[in-house]
Design a protein around this ligand. Structure first.
Ligand SMILES: *Cc1c(COP(=O)(O)O)cnc(C)c1O
Length: 372
């Protein structure tokens, strides 16, 4: 089945007791069991699993083409749980340009868990290869990366992971399964911040891990989630599931709008660089064209000048809103160096844009007036 059809029907079986077309939300935290705690209805306690979260997991694994999925309370909840599967002294490779709190997680907490890590420029398969050591267990990647829109060659990284016995994880938050299917390109696990495009309306937080094969990693993570507790609530599961229904439609429009904005900004005097993988000038354009269907709704730009000139543009927008996060229907703009704070690796004059579903002419006009 095509992804547009899966997005509508995966995890959407009509409720057998009422026939309701929209899925029910089961808010119950507990489920009746037998006198000696025998499971009767397939559920016991909400922190183990719950029926609404199950539907979301069915849908996420169908969309990514995995054998199973686990939903979490946030993208970072999913990420942290994943790293907690590792034995002490394991080594992890992470990208230099990676979602800020993955970098903070590694820098702040890996030592406590006796994990080692190396940050490398994952745009270069040679750099990944060079960083592999005998105890490398995970190659963590993000493509396109947040916020510099770097592109990593997933099949090339998969080859290195296979040869070194490491697990390849792709953070697919920016591309979504509509544009990029890492498990088909050789990845073992896909991570999502479903807070972003999957939810799609800036009103729910969630995370998800999708597994190419169910065992044994899935079982370990199911147990970690149950004990450590970063579960997705029934209501959040329901909202994310509802978001998934329109994901393919939204992503096509996000991508078309972003392409129009990127082309316009590439001509703007105030703009030094546009980082959008859909532009042939982007260093990762060819790899992105090979592994993505379209180029998505995210981009970043370097404003001519520095920190102050970039912040001035943000202060003058009228349609775009100055806010963090991304992937909602509304367009957002953010000066990443100030958002990331101390230790930020983003260029001082970088603005990240999440291109929404407004008309692209209005978005372009807004940015140009803000830069006038
Ligand atoms: C937001 C984000 C995360 C973290 O997800 P949360 O839901 O905010 O915890 C991870 N990776 C990427 C690429 C993100 O944009």
């Amino acid at each position: 089945m095509k992804i547009e059809t899966l997005a509508i029907h995966a995890g959407a079986a009509a409720d057998p007791t009422t026939g309701s077309v929209a899925p029910p939300i089961h808010l119950s935290t507990n489920f009746i069991h037998g006198p000696a705690s025998e499971e009767i209805h397939g559920y016991t306690y909400v922190r183990d699993k719950n029926p609404t979260q199950d539907r979301l997991e069915t849908a996420m694994s169908a969309l990514e083409g995995g054998e199973d999925a686990l939903a979490f309370s946030s993208g970072m909840g999913a990420t942290t749980a994943f790293f907690q599967t590792l034995a002490p002294h394991s080594h992890v490779i992470i990208p230099e340009d990676v979602y800020v709190h993955v970098r903070v997680l590694a820098a702040t907490y890996f030592a406590n868990w006796q994990l080692k890590f190396t940050s490398v420029d994952t745009q270069s398969p040679a750099a990944i290869s060079a960083a592999v050591c005998p105890n490398t267990r995970v190659i963590w990647t993000e493509t396109p990366s947040n916020p510099q829109m770097k592109i990593m060659d997933i099949p090339a990284a998969a080859k290195i992971a296979r040869e070194s016995g490491a697990c390849l994880v792709v953070d697919n938050t920016f591309a979504t399964p509509v544009l990029q299917r890492p498990l088909e390109l050789g990845a073992d696990v896909v991570m999502h911040s479903t807070t972003k495009y999957c939810g799609g309306h800036s009103d729910v937080q969630g995370g998800c891990l999708v597994f190419k094969q169910r065992a044994p990693l899935y079982d370990k993570l199911f147990h970690i989630r149950m004990v450590l507790g970063a579960v997705c609530s029934p209501f959040n599961s329901w909202l994310i599931l509802r978001g998934l229904r329109t994901l393919p439609c939204r992503i096509e429009r996000h991508s078309a709008n972003a392409m129009a904005v990127a082309k316009a900004l590439a001509q703007a005097k105030k703009v030094e660089r546009v980082f959008y993988p859909g532009l042939p000038s982007h260093p990762g354009h060819e790899i992105a064209a090979a592994q993505m269907k379209l180029f998505g709704g995210m981009m970043s730009i370097l404003v001519r000048g520095g920190w102050e000139e970039a912040v001035r543009v943000v202060s003058r927008v009228k349609v775009f809103q100055a806010a963090t996060s991304l992937g909602g229907v509304e367009s957002l703009i953010e000066h990443r160096a100030s958002a990331e704070g101390e230790g930020s690796t983003s260029p001082r004059n970088l603005l990240r844009l999440s291109i929404g579903l407004e008309h692209p002419d209005d978005l372009i006009a807004d940015l140009l007036q803000a830069m006038a």
